[in-house]
Design a protein around this ligand. Structure first.
Ligand code: SF4
Length: 174
């Protein structure tokens, strides 16, 4: 077996600078972790932007990260109008359009995905009407917040999945 210094220059040039990523078998052995896709860099929020979180991405060292965007799974386009959970439990845009069915469909799809994977935990985007885990906007589109969870976070929790947000992962004080 040749040492590194004995390898032909063409092979040396192709050697990875960093350690190899885990192979498929090693990845499959890691516990699945459902993650809001926008936290992993997918530009899927209502503005068509991502909210990448290095702290969440770092969980990939010990978990099989599975990106999920409930709102797009529910059939909504990107970008899309912002929506908030109303006091009556419906989800509406600022113009009053009722988008509750799409939010519910996304929540059901996320729960189905968690069950299919056997995922026991999820890291979700803070304050989203789908993914928020602790507080959400109050429905007035004023920036005011109320205690509560988004539809997907609530559905996952009801299905026995432990949910937390990117601020929990990063240790942000509340
Ligand atoms: S639904 Fe969740 S994953 Fe999709 S953009 Fe909103 S916060 Fe991110």
């Amino acid at each position: 077996m040749p040492t590194g210094s004995e390898l032909p220059p063409a092979l040396l040039a192709n050697r990875p600078a960093a350690p190899l990523a885990p192979g498929p078998a090693a990845l499959a052995a890691q516990p699945p972790l459902l993650v809001s896709a926008c936290l992993l860099g997918v530009a899927c929020n209502h503005r068509g932007e991502a909210s990448p979180s290095p702290a969440v991405a770092a969980l990939g060292a010990e978990h099989r990260l599975v990106p999920v965007c409930p709102e797009t799974l529910g059939g909504l386009p990107t970008p899309r109008p912002a929506a908030e959970i109303q006091p009556d439990g419906t989800v509406r845009t600022a113009s009053g359009e009722d988008v509750t069915a799409a939010y519910r469909a996304g929540a059901e799809a996320a729960v189905a995905l968690a069950r299919a994977l056997g995922a026991r935990s999820a890291v979700l985007k803070a304050r989203s009407p789908s993914c928020g885990c602790h507080v959400v906007y109050d429905g007035s589109f004023s920036g005011a917040r109320v205690p509560g969870a988004g539809l997907t976070a609530a559905a996952l929790a009801a299905a026995g999945v432990t949910v937390r947000d990117e601020e929990d992962v990063a240790g942000v004080a509340r």
